[in-house]
Structures are given as C-alpha cells and as structure tokens.
Design a protein around this ligand. Structure first.
Ligand SMILES: [Cu+2]
Length: 138
C-alpha cells in the first residue's frame, strides 16, 4: 500500500517535470540585424522546431541575411574568403536572404541539440561583426 502510493507520487512528479519542457518545443527567437551586429532576445532554445523571426533594424538601406550554421567553432573565428564565410565548410541548416530595412522574415528550422553560429554572409558583413553563437539544448 505504502509502496504503491510512493510510485504514484513519483509518476506525478515526473509528469510535472516533463510537461514544461515540451512547452518549449516551438520556440520563437527574435533576431535583430543592425549594421554591425546580430542581436538575439535569447541565445538558446530547446531542441525541436525553432523559428527565427529576423528583422532588419539597420539604419541604412543595406539588405542583410541570416544563415544558420551548425558548428562548435568560435563564432568570431570562422574561415573567410573574399569577405565571406566559407559556408561549404559547415553544415548549413538554413537561411533567409535579402531582408530589407524595416522588414521581417521568418526562418523555421528543426534543430537538434548542439552549438550553432548565426551569421550574415553578405560580403564584408561577417568581418564587421555580424555573427552570434546559439545553443540548442536537449
Ligand atoms: Cu549583413
């Protein structure tokens, strides 16, 4: 009798712990692109579907983009050739291109746990600082 009750309590506790995690399976990450940076409202998400809502908030008329690379590399030390990160050296999860000033595009990806780097790979933009690391947790 006592053992049964303890088991029941354990099951309830387990459900309580798992439920909040599954609620994060559809994270929306707000991404602000400026002339020299990529700003995130959070730099981590739970594994599963992750939607990046990408807004070009730059004060010039320059178009930007967001490329999601899966890599353990230091975000600031990616290989660059002719002003662009060599994307072929990485697993590219997806991208949104041609994000015009004051406009927003969405990029929805299914991401596994691991480390990622977000970049703008318009020529010269990575070197100006348009990169950000991002972590996906279990
Ligand atoms: Cu850019």
């Amino acid at each position: 009798m006592n053992i049964d009750r303890n088991n029941a309590v354990c099951v309830l506790v387990a459900i309580a712990l798992v439920a909040p995690l599954s609620g994060h399976a559809n994270d929306i990450i707000h991404v602000r692109l400026t002339n020299t940076s990529i700003q995130l409202d959070t730099d981590a998400a739970k594994a599963g579907r992750v939607t990046f809502e990408v807004t070009n908030a730059a004060d010039s008329n320059t178009e930007h983009e967001l490329v999601v690379l899966r890599t353990d590399a230091d975000e600031a030390r990616l290989p660059v050739q002719n002003g662009q990160v060599t994307e072929s050296r990485f697993t590219k999860m997806g991208e949104v291109e041609d994000v015009r000033t004051r406009s927003t595009k969405r990029l929805s990806l299914k991401l596994e746990p691991g480390r990622y780097v977000l970049i703008c790979n318009r020529p010269g933009h990575y070197a100006m600082g348009m990169h950000k690391s991002f972590v996906v947790a279990r």
